[in-house]
Design a binder for this molecule. Structure first.
Ligand SMILES: O=C(O)CCC(=O)C(=O)O
Length: 372
């Protein structure tokens, strides 16, 4: 039933519960783990059609990368003349909200520096907060098949059982090399994602698409970091003319000093059901269904690197997608709570405007894309 303000608080919150039960079952506390890759039919029926994540063990043990990438010798040799795009930020949080003097909060994209792979790897190793920059190789526009083509044979070109289930080949294959400071803020993608870790571990927080109101998606002015090699300093510049990017406002790991303030600003997230926590280890693949919100942190291997490769497959724009857009257009009373002067965001909540909050498009994912 509609509340006085036209919102459907109880109904929306009931939906969170139901989606959780459907994704995890009533007794399970974790995302389902499969001991080995599923058949295409099992994958399609139990996971893709149900928009339900799963973690698959022993999924990539046959890849040459499993042994070849355990030290850097092969990577440095094979990629000695490759130019790769390295993303630089002051904190490790790229494509994330950051404070800006004239906008309170903005959507900040990394400084992207093309450089020879061996130097990029050195920069990742030397990244720490003392070095004043954090480097993350995370170009997302199909970089594994372009910038890293020389090591393409070390992994499967596609995940066979997934391609058969989904009826297509991946739209993009991306490589991610970072260290413990690299972090990806909450967002969602319009792709079916098969995320394979080769070295180190990735720590995902996952929330189903039905939890959209808990993310407090708002329009933030787009900005870019510019890094000066001479001074070693970053400048954060707003785009001119201004462009707004719809982005999740919630940082699930606020600093100790900000914790109370963040918890009171985003009660639907902090007081509601916990996100699913999944750690993906070397050799494992996470199936991250389309439109699920995800936040990612990482732990490096003994050498100090986390390496992953992911396969983005086109999703079906079907009735689930239509339902999701409808849900997003409905207002939840608490989703209006944020004060504009605090966020720097454009007046309307994206949830109530019905706009599409996903800015990730393969052609140009790195903060310069237009909203879909
Ligand atoms: O590994 C990461 O840092 C982020 C991964 C991600 O956001 C994705 O695969 O869509």
């Amino acid at each position: 039933m509609l509340g006085a303000d036209g919102s459907m608080k109880q109904e929306i919150e009931k939906l969170w519960e139901e989606a959780r039960e459907l994704s995890l079952g009533t007794t399970a506390t974790a995302v389902e783990r499969l001991p080995s890759p599923p058949t295409p039919l099992e994958f399609l029926r139990r996971f893709v059609s149900a928009n339900k994540p799963c973690l698959i063990s022993a999924a990539t043990l046959h890849w040459p990368a499993t042994t070849l990438w355990s030290s850097d010798v092969h990577l440095r040799r094979a990629l000695s003349s490759a130019t790769v795009s390295l993303h630089l930020t002051p904190t490790g949080r790229a494509d994330a909200l950051a404070p800006h003097p004239s906008a309170a909060q903005c959507f900040a994209s990394a400084h992207v520096e093309p450089m020879p792979f061996p130097l990029a790897l050195d920069a990742i190793y030397s990244s720490d907060l003392d070095s004043k920059f954090v480097a993350y190789a995370q170009q997302q526009n199909d970089c594994f098949r372009s910038e890293y083509a020389a090591i393409g044979g070390d992994c499967e070109p596609h995940i066979e059982w997934a391609s058969e289930a989904l009826g297509c080949l991946p739209e993009a294959v991306n490589l991610w090399i970072g260290n413990q400071l690299s972090e990806t803020s909450f967002h969602k993608d319009h792709y079916e994602n098969l995320y394979a870790v080769v070295a180190g571990e990735k720590h995902f927080l996952l929330l189903p698409p039905t939890d959209v109101h808990r993310m407090y998606i708002r329009n933030y002015p787009a900005a870019h970091y510019y890094y000066s090699k001479d001074t070693g300093e970053f400048k954060l510049e707003l785009e001119n003319p201004v462009r707004y990017v719809p982005w999740c406002s919630v940082n699930p790991y606020p600093s100790r000093e900000n914790r109370e303030k963040e918890m009171s600003k985003f009660p639907l997230y902090f007081d509601g059901p916990k996100p699913f926590e999944v750690t993906v280890k070397a050799g494992e693949i996470l199936y991250l269904p389309s439109m699920w919100f995800h936040h990612v942190r990482q732990s490096p291997d003994s050498r100090g690197r986390t390496i992953a490769i992911n396969y983005w497959y086109d999703m079906q724009f079907d009735i689930k997608y239509a339902y999701f857009n409808f849900l997003q257009s409905i207002s939840h009373p608490s989703s209006h709570d944020m004060e504009l002067h605090e966020t720097g965001c454009l007046g309307t909540s994206i949830c109530s405007s019905g706009d599409e909050p996903d800015i990730n498009v393969v052609a140009d994912k790195n903060g310069v894309s237009d909203e879909e």
